[in-house]
Design a protein around this ligand. Structure first.
Ligand code: SAM
Length: 253
């Protein structure tokens, strides 16, 4: 079981997210808990203000230290263990699948969602949080980044996915590798047929085809020249395939 505590100014943003699909099932099954806390409840201001103008001037507003620090301390104190404090920020450590795996080992994570121009620096000084970014771009708030983190982590919690083979074969499980192309019914759609090997019932040939397709796709999409030199193996399914038809559908060119 993993517990998330999300500290936000907009708890309602998570309503739909918590009510659907894998996350809703995982919560129902007691595998995941998500608690939402409104940072504004820790404001000491009679108007519940949590932000103010930056000292030194400049655009926008900055989240004040007292409500954020005191909210974190109260939330940490309300359950055991106190949990790892994560500060969501574009300046943080970039989220990758290896980092998701590390985070998934924690029993409890507190996710602090920023807004406006971000955090008063003393929040970092006092809380010494683990700063995480979901990528090199700027969102309006930390709520979507928090959802991304929760969404990635819960896939790794035992019991959440029906079939854990999904995890072994999926993109980024091995750094630099993405998944092979997938097909389902119908067998032919707009003149494009499912590759014959997938209909052959030959599991070894299918596995070899998928390995090769994953290798080619990784090479093409992730631009990893080191993979070019990997041996192909001598299974007949590793004979050259029409990769253009499979890997670059005209709609993606
Ligand atoms: N002025 C800040 C800066 O330049 O770093 C950006 C503030 S952003 C508009 C408001 C909040 O959204 C941030 O405090 C952070 O919590 C969240 N946020 C935005 N982009 C993010 C990202 N790539 N990863 C994680 N959190 C992000």
């Amino acid at each position: 079981m993993i517990r998330f505590d999300v500290l936000t100014l907009f708890p309602g943003i998570f309503d739909g997210f918590l009510q659907h699909s894998l996350l809703a099932h995982a919560i129902q099954a007691g595998l995941v808990q998500v608690h939402r806390w409104n940072i504004r409840d820790w404001s000491q201001d009679k108007h519940h203000k949590v932000d103010d103008h930056p000292f030194g001037g400049g655009p926008g507003m900055v989240l004040m230290a007292p409500p954020v620090v005191e909210c974190v301390e109260a939330v940490q104190g309300c359950a055991d263990p106190p949990g790892r404090v994560i500060l969501l920020t574009p300046a943080g450590e970039r989220l990758t699948q290896p980092l998701v795996r590390r985070l998934a080992k924690e029993p409890r994570l507190l996710l602090i969602c920023g807004r406006y121009e971000g955090f008063d620096e003393r929040i970092r000084d006092i809380l010494q949080p683990w700063e995480i970014s979901i990528g090199d771009y700027v969102c309006n708030g930390g709520e979507v980044p928090a959802m991304v983190i929760i969404d990635c982590i819960i896939r790794l919690i035992p019991g959440v996915l029906g079939d854990t083979r999904s995890l072994q074969e999926e993109s980024h499980n091995v750094p630099g590798e993405v998944e092979y192309p997938q097909y389902t019914r119908p067998r032919v759609y707009r003149g494009r047929a499912v590759p014959e090997v997938l209909l052959s019932g030959n599991h070894a040939a299918i596995a070899a085809w998928r390995r090769e397709q994953a290798r080619l796709r990784s090479l093409q999409r992730l631009q990893r020249p080191s993979l070019i030199h990997q041996p192909l193996g001598d299974h007949p399914a590793n004979a050259p395939v029409d990769t253009q038809a499979v890997i670059t559908p005209s709609s993606e060119k």
